[in-house]
Design a protein around this ligand. Sequence first.
Ligand SMILES: [Zn+2]
Length: 175
Amino acid sequence: MYTITRQLTWPEGKYTVEIVQGNIDNVSPDALSSKYEGEFSNFQDPREAIEVALKIAEQWQKDESNEHIQLAWGDTMEAMFMLESKGINHDTIAELNKWAEAEYNSLPKCSYCNAIMPDNEDDWFSHEYCDADVYFCSEYCAEQDWEESLEYLEENGENNDEEINEKFHVEQVCY
Ligand SMILES: [Zn+2]
């Protein structure tokens, strides 16, 4: 999860749009109250978060034409660390994109639809036929994958036992 805020950094007084890993607990302490769409919202996809953050920066720049809006991003370790504010230019945006891409790649994905998995592992799904490290984002995806696994086993003659079929119909999705 990623959270966007506008910060007026202390003591430098830099006008900064901040994108942090995590929820509100990870936001730096100098957040301004919400004014533009997307502030304080949670984003699952870091690539979406930076897109919205750049839009916020653009709007803020228009409203504060005497200031130079900056960007900061990363992991504050629950607001223990200050992030560095950087002026918005081609290099900064390239660096920000690279970060979002790396973040996205590091996130666990659904084995069926490839969506980013929910933050809370209690919301992950699995089924009887999949490997221990395979998870699904929803009951729907777990069921789809379970059905495909079953078809595969049937086609390969590994699932002739009606009794086993029945069993898995009942226990197909485990939480
Ligand atoms: Zn899924």
